[in-house]
Design a protein. Structure first.
Length: 126
C-alpha cells in the first residue's frame, strides 16, 4: 500500500497550529511526534491501537508518549489518499471536548477550501 499524504492545517492568517505546538515541545518529544506522523503516513487507514483511536464523527487521535506525557494530534481522512492534521496537545485525562470541536471546525474549513488551508513547506523557502 502506498503512503498516505499528510496535509497540515493552516489558519486563515497563515499560522500553522501543529508547527507552533511542535515548536513548544522539547526535542525528544518533537522527534517522537514527527516519527508518529511518518508511521501514520506509511500505514494510513490500516494503523490501529495503540497508535490511533477513532474519536467519532470522522476525527481520530494519533497517540504519542514521551516520558510521562501523553501527546495527541487530531486528524481526519480525506478519502483514502490524504490525512489532514488539525493540531496537537498534551493529554491529561480524557480528551477535552473543546479540542475535538476545534478539530471538527478546522477540518470543515479545510474541506471547504483545501488550497487555502493546506500548509506547504515550500512557503518558507520563498
Amino acid at each position: 500500500m502506498p503512503a498516505t499524504e499528510i496535509k497540515i492545517y493552516r489558519e486563515d492568517d497563515g499560522t500553522i497550529p501543529l508547527r507552533l505546538w511542535l515548536g513548544s515541545l522539547d526535542r525528544k518529544s518533537q522527534e517522537r511526534c514527527l516519527a508518529a506522523l511518518v508511521i501514520l503516513g506509511n500505514h494510513g487507514h490500516d494503523l490501529r491501537r495503540p497508535h490511533v483511536e477513532n474519536l467519532g464523527e470522522g476525527i481520530y487521535e494519533l497517540r504519542v508518549k514521551s516520558g510521562r506525557v501523553n501527546f495527541r494530534m487530531l486528524y481526519a481522512f480525506q478519502g483514502r489518499e490524504a490525512i489532514i492534521v488539525s493540531h496537537g496537545f498534551a493529554k491529561e485525562r480524557d480528551i477535552p471536548p473543546k479540542e475535538i470541536a476545534l478539530a471538527k471546525e478546522r477540518i470543515a474549513k479545510f474541506t471547504a477550501d483545501p488550497e487555502r488551508h493546506t500548509y506547504q513547506a515550500e512557503e518558507e523557502e520563498e
